[in-house]
Design a protein around this ligand. Structure first.
Ligand SMILES: C[S@@+](CC[C@H](N)C(=O)[O-])C[C@H]1O[C@@H](n2cnc3c(N)ncnc32)[C@H](O)[C@@H]1O
Length: 296
């Protein structure tokens, strides 16, 4: 079952197991190290003002991000779209650790990857292939005119924009980052199928080996009003018994709200798919809306 903000598979028995355990001393060392490492070329002038989840700022949780959110069929979709469009330049907004950005760059695309979470970017910058990516610390406001052919937001980043004001402003900035006629592609969970109703402790409970030892995780929804959902994510580091929890809120926009907001920001929706194999979108059935829009 896919839950939380990213692509993560938290459901029982679905996570990939990793079979090595890192001692506690490494945890302490990596936390201090990641706080001290000065990322190459992150200008302090565009330091983000966004309030970020602990998930994206805590060195241990960042170190688990790619384990919890491995590459999936979504990446095949976004890579295939970039190839189909014959894109030269691609922007990955809300890139997180830049797993997709690094893959796009390895495929020969010119890639700018932006995220307001310094710890996520710094993790990505330490990974193989990172030097092929241009990294930007910040959200859409930090992009400027990129002349990009394609801008993508993956891992349900579109749902972190909680107010219509922030969403509309971000979309207009995305339009500026694109060439005239450039394409924007992203996914967002479909509120009509109310996926948060399955985000119970029982459904999301998972225990498994991670790069940081045995970890037990689960989610609990605190509030849901049909538009926004607030939930708590829990992780227990079993090797030393530490329980870390953090609260997140996601906005669920209907298909109509997405289409209207995109139009207001200067985009025209070209396709809405109901899944990563470009299935036709059925509003009453599909959990994910995969939207491809063109800058007008
Ligand atoms: C679930 S992660 C997705 C990361 C990556 N795109 C992926 O597919 O794995 C959400 C990301 O959105 C970023 N984010 C939060 N607020 C943002 C904003 N206002 N603009 C852009 N990105 C933002 C977070 O820092 C985090 O890295």
């Amino acid at each position: 079952m896919k839950t939380g903000c990213g692509r993560g598979v938290i459901g029982r028995g679905e996570c990939q197991l990793q079979d090595f355990v890192v001692p506690v001393a490494f945890l302490v060392f990596s936390t201090i190290l990641s706080g001290c490492i000065c990322a190459f070329g992150l200008p302090p002038s565009i330091a983000p003002k966004t309030m970020l989840d602990l998930h994206y700022t805590d060195a241990r949780l960042v170190a688990l991000y790619e384990h919890d959110n491995p590459r999936g069929a979504d990446y095949d979709f976004y890579l295939g779209l970039a190839q189909q469009l014959g894109a030269g330049k691609v922007v990955d907004l809300g890139c997180g650790t830049g797993l997709l950005a690094r893959e796009l760059a390895a495929e020969g695309f010119e890639v700018t990857a932006a995220d307001p979470a310094r710890a996520m970017l710094e993790y990505g910058q330490r990974q193989p292939g990172a030097q092929r990516v241009e990294w930007v610390l910040g959200g859409a406001e930090a992009l400027g005119a990129q002349g990009a052919d394609l801008l993508v937001m993956t891992g349900n980043v579109a749902q972190v924009f909680l107010t219509d004001l922030d969403w509309g402003r971000a979309l207009r900035r995305m339009a500026k980052a694109l060439k005239p006629d450039g394409m924007l592609a992203f996914e967002s969970r479909n509120p009509v199928v109310r996926p948060w109703e399955r985000w119970t402790r029982q459904n999301t409970h998972h225990q498994g080996q991670t790069p940081l030892g045995m970890v037990t995780s689960w989610l609990e929804v605190l509030r849901a009003d049909g538009q926004s959902v607030t939930f708590t994510s829990h992780k227990v580091f079993e090797d030393h018994g530490e329980h870390v929890s953090w609260e997140s809120t996601l906005r669920f926009r209907s298909h109509r709200e997405l289409v209207v907001s995109l139009k207001e920001a200067g985009f025209e929706v070209r396709h809405t798919h109901g899944g990563w194999r470009r299935e036709p979108f059925a509003e009453g059935r599909n959990a994910t809306m995969v939207v491809v829009a063109q800058r007008m």
